[in-house]
Design a protein around this ligand. Structure first.
Ligand code: NAP
Length: 491
């Protein structure tokens, strides 16, 4: 039987892009599955002077591309209420509180509240402050605050933001969202590692040669240039999605699969990240910016971008997690915009058998691939016997698993799974403050080295739209005798 959840969502930024493109469709999927049913309500707030009718119409529009009947759309959207509200205005919180209390009664929500901050980070602490001091939190239910990325701009600003939020909400009620952690194949990493002795036994420096993480995007900066100019690929993707993935790949086995134990191990892994000095950054990191190509314009010619911008739209790096299991295993990471295609994949590359009895040539690597997107699935490359009359020789065999269409259709998208976890109070797929702290500590070391380095006038652009980034990214692996196994530009 489906476990119906009772809650009031207050979405700050209810008119925004994130709310319309991700949150309403995700809430609808939870509704369709019965996790949200009679006992839920949503208050959307933003400055626009909308009313309930307009807001409900927007909600219906945002789910119109999904499998939905008119009756379902009407019933679902009838749970949505709009309150025009400027988050800086203290008095508005009073109106919001009254509406929240009314809806709590009307839908018997038992005081459970989720405050979703789908707004620019500059507003996070003022909202938390007012929500708490203006009495929007309840005594009888839970009060959880969901915070969107980015959490800070660097270590110092993240620490300041965290201190401000913690004045009003304790860490256990803060859900820092990283939608990558809601992706099925990212969630599958611990399952594969810890439920198969095959991998459990081999998951260490003795057998793993290197790990390769690629988050490649085909799109450019689109509408986000204003934010991106200041953030760059390092802050936008590495600090959160990539380092969270690194933590899942390198953490020790948690004692139990509970949020408390998982977080403990993730924190240890991130704490063990080797932090580089300037020379280390130069040796281990590559940055890039796209020039024209493939019919697309250069980053510097995009709207709202400085024509002399030195913002990186590509990062590749070689990092290490200095713990007993993963010591000296290079983890290569790569992310960028306007690359060959949109794809996220993790390749865990195992060492070769110590001796090749089949001849002089090199054996091919055993590689376990987590195919995160598109088409979630996994692949294991093994060496097997080539079918041949004359010669006994070895060739690569690929064991491939992709969830069937039926399972894929049931697969929750990132936000949906995470929203459900918030309702259940399961914080294992959210970033604990200590994880954010150690991620920023690492990212700051790279950023500071770059900021103190004079970039040659012709350094950027250094890769064409449609390629897989600058040549230096390939050279980084070649230095170690390795190569990127995911190379759609060479296919
Ligand atoms: P957005 O489209 O610009 O939405 C911002 C929202 O804030 C709007 O609803 C706006 O509505 C409201 N707002 C602005 N100032 C306000 C004020 N003083 N008082 C009350 N409401 C105010 O931004 P977004 O893309 O949805 O992003 C929201 C957050 O999610 C950001 O932190 C972003 O980094 C993060 N995020 C977004 C995405 C995405 O796919 N969009 C993905 C990952 C993370 P009014 O103008 O009506 O006030």
């Amino acid at each position: 039987m489906t476990n119906e959840q009772k809650a009031l969502f207050i979405i700050f930024g209810g008119t925004g892009d994130l709310a319309q493109r991700k949150l309403y469709p995700s809430l609808f999927n939870l509704y369709k599955q019965g996790f949200l049913k009679d006992h839920f309500a949503v208050i959307g707030t933003a400055r626009r002077p909308w009313n309930n009718e307009r807001y409900q119409e927007i909600v219906r529009n945002s789910i119109s591309g999904m499998e939905v009947t008119a009756k379902q759309a009407n019933e679902f959207s009838s749970h949505f209420y709009y309150q025009s509200h400027n988050v800086n205005d203290t008095q508005h919180y009073e109106t919001l509180r009254k509406l929240a209390d009314e809806l709590d009664q009307k839908y018997t929500l038992e005081g459970n509240r989720v405050f979703y901050l789908a707004m620019s980070p500059q507003f996070f602490s003022i909202i938390c402050q007012h929500v708490k001091t203006q009495g929007l939190v309840t005594d009888n239910g839970y009060n959880r605050v969901v915070i969107e990325k980015p959490f800070g701009h660097d270590l110092q600003s993240a620490c300041e933001l965290n201190e401000e939020i913690n004045q009003y909400f304790p860490e256990k009620d803060v859900y820092r969202i990283d939608h990558y952690l809601g992706k099925e194949m990212i969630q599958s990493i611990p399952a594969l590692r810890f439920s198969n002795n095959l991998f459990n036994a081999l998951w260490n420096y003795r057998y793993i040669d290197n790990i390769q993480i690629t988050l490649s995007e085909a799109l450019g900066v689109e509408e986000r240039a204003g934010y991106y100019e200041d953030a760059g690929a390092l802050r936008d993707m590495v600090q959160n999605h990539i380092l969270q993935t690194v933590a899942l790949l390198t953490m020790n086995a948690p004692m139990t699969y509970t949020d408390e134990d998982i977080r403990k191990e993730k924190i240890s892994a991130l704490k063990a990240l080797r932090v580089y000095d300037a020379a280390g950054v130069k040796h281990n990191f590559v940055r890039g910016q796209y020039g024209p190509g493939n019919g697309q314009v250069a980053y510097r010619d995009e709207n709202q971008v400085d024509p002399e911008s030195t913002t990186e739209t590509f990062v590749a790096g070689r990092i290490f997690v200095d713990n007993m299991n993963m010591a000296n295993v290079p983890i290569y990471l790569r992310t960028g915009k306007r690359l060959t295609k949109k794809e996220t994949r993790i390749d865990v590359v195992f060492k070769n058998a110590p001796y090749n009895i089949f001849g002089d040539g090199q054996l091919n690597r055993n590689i376990l691939s987590f195919k995160v997107e598109p088409n979630p699935g996994m692949e294991l490359r093994l060496n097997g016997k080539k079918v041949d009359y004359e010669e006994y020789s070895i060739e690569t065999m690929k064991l491939h698993h992709e969830h069937g269409a039926k399972t894929q259709s049931k697969m929750p998208v990132g936000y949906e799974k995470l929203l459900y976890d918030v309702l259940k109070g399961d914080s294992s797929s959210f970033s604990h403050w200590d994880e954010v702290y150690y991620s920023w500590r690492f990212v700051d070391s790279v950023r500071n080295a770059w900021d103190n380095e004079t970039l040659a006038a012709d350094a950027f652009p250094n890769y064409e739209c449609g390629s897989m980034g600058p040549q230096a990214s390939k050279d980084l692996l070649a230095e170690d005798g390795n190569n990127w196994y995911l190379s759609p530009d060479e296919d």
